[in-house]
Design a protein around this ligand. Structure first.
Ligand SMILES: Cc1cc2nc3c(=O)[nH]c(=O)nc-3n(C[C@H](O)[C@H](O)[C@H](O)COP(=O)(O)OP(=O)(O)OC[C@H]3O[C@@H](n4cnc5c(N)ncnc54)[C@H](O)[C@@H]3O)c2cc1C
Length: 283
């Protein structure tokens, strides 16, 4: 689901609506007393939509004119005078300005080797130390189509190992009922390194307790280990970061941890703010 209240983000949602099918106000059939992962989505001033084509339709729209190399894991960053060297399995490239948009834990890992000789990086790492991310072991499960599902989102509350169950197929007509079953971080964290076979059935069992025994018999299952599923609400920093290092190279940081709104809107707004700062301060 996408949601926002800022005019800039809402303009992008409107543009998205020209190509994609948006379901206004989804989810409106919410069951249970748990707290949603993005409570701000339900504020009166927020616009909330589901995207029938999937939530990644928005980043695809935003990235339409960009040269993007996907599936390229950055292994290290090194500072060399006025340049930053970015190394991946495909080789090393150099730039005067590098922007990191990874989850903060992965940003910390990339910045750590630069800290020994750079006070600016030590300051950033100090700030990032206060930002906690939450993992979520999640099961996507498909079933024969069901006609008795009149809900969009289940929020079972603190007594369940589940944080939420999303009725994904309620967003788009299709040949199957599809559930996205997200476990709580307290369940997920101690099992992050375990074989999915050891937790997948527990997650399905908890969903069956909520919805009925049919949930235990999916036609297909995908297990996802979301190591950094989301930023703990309230831990977001106020704005993106841009530092100039000795020698003149610059590192920028943005993403959902760098705007108080959090979530997709926060990630978008932090990127817009960082882009403005970068273009206002020429290298
Ligand atoms: C199941 C689930 C449901 C959610 N529902 C909502 C919702 O309804 N509404 C909402 O607003 N938000 C929701 N969120 C949160 C939302 O997905 C995030 O807030 C948002 O994706 C953050 O965007 P981002 O660009 O900051 O980071 P991300 O989307 O996490 O992108 C970071 C990228 O960096 C890449 N990366 C990391 N390390 C490296 C490296 N070393 N080299 C190269 N690339 C790297 C990662 O692969 C990833 O693609 C949900 C999250 C989950 C997991």
């Amino acid at each position: 689901m996408l949601h926002g209240a800022s005019s800039e983000f809402l303009a992008e949602l409107e543009a998205l609506g020209r190509d994609a099918t948006l379901l206004p106000d989804w989810p409106w059939r919410v069951r249970g007393t748990g707290v949603p992962c993005q409570p701000q989505a339900y504020r009166i001033e927020s616009t909330r939509v589901a995207v029938a084509q999937g939530v990644n339709a928005l980043p695809k729209l935003l990235a339409r004119d960009l040269d993007i190399r996907r599936n390229t894991n950055v292994l290290s960053l090194a500072l060399d005078g006025g340049s930053l060297h970015v190394t991946s399995a495909a080789g090393t490239e150099s730039a005067r300005t590098v922007v990191l948009t990874c989850p903060v834990d992965q940003t910390r890992a990339l910045l750590q080797p630069l800290a020994a000789h750079c006070a600016e990086i030590r300051s950033i790492l100090g700030l990032l130390a206060g930002v906690f991310t939450l993992p979520s072991l999640t099961v996507l499960a498909g079933y024969e189509p069901r006609r008795d599902d009149d809900w969009h989102l289940q929020l079972p509350g603190p007594d369940s190992i589940l944080h939420s169950v999303i009725h994904d197929s309620s967003k788009r007509p299709g040949p199957a009922t599809v559930l996205v079953i997200q476990s709580r971080s307290s369940f997920s964290r101690p099992r992050l390194e375990s074989d999915p076979a050891s937790w997948s059935d527990q997650v399905l069992d908890a969903a069956a307790d909520l919805l009925g025994p049919w949930v235990r018999n999916p036609t297909w299952v995908q297990n996802h280990r979301w190591r950094y599923a989301r930023v703990q609400r309230g831990h977001e920093l106020a704005h993106p970061i841009l530092v100039t290092l000795p020698g003149g190279a610059r590192i920028g940081l943005c993403g959902d941890a760098f705007h108080p709104e959090g979530g997709v809107e926060g990630a978008f707004l932090s990127g817009v703010a960082l882009g403005r700062r970068l273009s206002a301060i020429p290298v």
